[in-house]
Each structure stands twice: as structure tokens, then as C-alpha cells.
Design a binder for this molecule. Structure first.
Ligand code: PGA
Length: 259
């Protein structure tokens, strides 16, 4: 069975609750004809905007994700949020290990792994981000870096869990820079990621896991990227902050998937 496209908007630290609701209200009619049988549309607001956006998305085909989750059930972790809190807020997906978390907030593969286990245990659907820096790519270390992020980040998970999850390949040098990996370059890396998942978790998990591309993805390049055999959608920053560009991107991604 073909993998279902998943396009997720990562709003990062943008949009107050009222701005987020306005975005979603504008987005809903634009993507109302997107069949859930071929694509999932997800928006990932900040914590304070989540509840209002969950409410606004009710009865539509737009799903909601968070941008982070802590590994503990509760306790003295100022500024963090638990999986149960997200579940109760009506959240379905959660982004884990975004490169900005790794770069600015000390996130490591070990913390990614802990957060991932907590998310899975609570029934949240994780979107786990991996990616290399420009220096690592230029030093021919891309596969070694991604391989280690997968080995350590997904440690101890079972094959079924990995098959059901979403990975987001986001080359750090392409995020917010306007520099997109070419479709061929992205495909080559996605194929490597899938082969690494096969090595670690078996063929079925590798065939089922959805791998999004992220990094300056926009309406203009979405179709070509998603046309690649191992690219199953996108994790979108800048182009997700406006309803029309995000909707256009979703439609073009679906075209690329031939759905
Ligand atoms: P961008 O961000 O689309 O603005 O490059 C993508 C991301 O960081 O998820």
C-alpha cells in the first residue's frame, strides 16, 4: 500500500492564539477537498495556541501537533510539557528533536529518545526530526550523522512503532535559508534513511515509515520533492504561516504523490 502523504506546518514561535485560529479558519476551506485517504494536513502551533487551534480544527480534516514533549509524566521541569497534557488538549502529533531544539536548547539523541518513548506511550504520533549541518555535509559525514541520529534517537523502539511513525529529514543548512536540497539530493538521502531503518528495524518498518522533507519547502518545489520515491510529504516552516501558501503547498505535494 502506498504511504499516505503528510504535510505538517511547524509554526515555531509564531502566532498567538487568535492569530493561529484565524490562520486555521482561512486554511480549512482551502484544504477541505483534500481526501484523508491520500494526505494528512497537520498544523503545529505553540503550547498556548494549541487548545484554541484544536477547537478550531474540530470537524475538519486539519490535524494538530505540538512542537515538543517532555519525557517525565509530571514534576519539577519548568517550562516543559508532558505527553498527558498534550493528549488532554486534543493533540494528535508531536514534533521531536527539531534542529532548532538541538541547536539552541541542548537537545541530544538521548533526549530525543526519551521524549519519543513518552510520546509513544501516551499515544501521541511522533514526527522525529533528523538532519546534518552544512559542515557535516561538506565533510561527507551526512550518512554517519543521520545513521547515528536514527540509531540513538530510535533506540529500543519496536519495529511496529517505527513503521507507524513519521521521520522528518531536514538538512540544517536548508532550514529558513531559502536553500532547498535538490529533489535528487533529497531523494538520495531519504533512500539512505529508509535503508538505515530497514537495517535497524526490518523491511516492513522501512516500507511503512513516512519520511518528510523539510527545509525551505514551498508551493513551487513541493510537487517535485514529493514525486521522489522516498519523500512522503513535508515539514514546513515559513510557508506554513500563511493559509494560501500552505494550502497550495499541500495541493502540490499531493500532485507529486500522484494521488
Ligand atoms: P522552513 O523550516 O520551511 O522555514 O525552512 C522548516 C522547519 O524548520 O521545519
Amino acid at each position: 500500500m502506498a504511504r499516505k502523504v503528510i504535510v505538517a506546518g511547524n509554526w515555531k514561535m509564531n502566532k498567538t492564539a487568535s492569530e493561529g485560529v484565524a490562520l486555521v479558519e482561512a486554511l480549512k476551506p482551502l484544504v477541505a477537498d483534500v481526501c484523508e485517504c491520500c494526505a494528512e494536513v497537520v498544523v503545529c502551533p505553540t503550547f498556548t495556541t494549541l487548545s484554541a487551534v484544536v477547537e478550531a480544527c474540530k470537524g475538519s480534516n486539519v490535524k494538530v501537533g505540538a512542537q515538543n514533549v517532555h519525557w517525565a509524566e509530571s514534576g519539577a521541569f519548568t517550562g516543559e510539557i508532558s505527553a498527558a497534557m498534550l493528549k488532554e488538549a486534543g493533540v494528535e502529533y508531536v514534533i521531536i528533536g527539531h534542529s532548532e531544539r538541538r541547536q539552541y536548547f541542548g537537545e541530544t539523541d538521548a533526549t530525543v529518545n526519551s521524549r519519543l518513548k513518552a510520546a509513544v506511550a501516551a499515544g501521541l504520533k511522533p514526527i522525529v526530526c533528523i538532519g546534518e549541518t552544512l559542515e557535516e555535509r561538506e565533510g561527507n559525514k551526512t550518512e554517519a550523522v543521520l545513521g547515528k541520529q536514527l540509531e540513538d534517537g530510535l533506540k529500543d523502539l519496536d519495529s511496529a512503532t517505527v513503521g507507524a511513525m513519521v521521520l522528518a529529514y531536514e538538512p540544517v543548512w536548508a532550514i529558513g535559508t531559502g536553500k532547498t536540497a535538490t529533489p535528487e539530493m533529497a531523494q538520495e538521502t531519504h533512500a539512505f534513511i529508509r535503508s538505515k531503518v530497514a537495517e535497524l528495524f526490518g523491511k516492513e518498518a522501512a516500507e511503512n515509515v513516512r519520511i518528510q522533507y523539510g527545509g525551505s519547502m514551498k508551493p513551487e518545489n513541493a510537487e517535485e520533492l514529493v514525486r521522489q520515491a522516498d519523500i512522503d510529504g513535508g515539514l514546513i516552516g515559513g510557508a506554513a504561516l500563511k493559509a494560501d501558501s500552505f494550502a497550495a503547498l499541500v495541493k502540490n505535494a499531493i500532485k507529486g504523490a500522484g494521488c
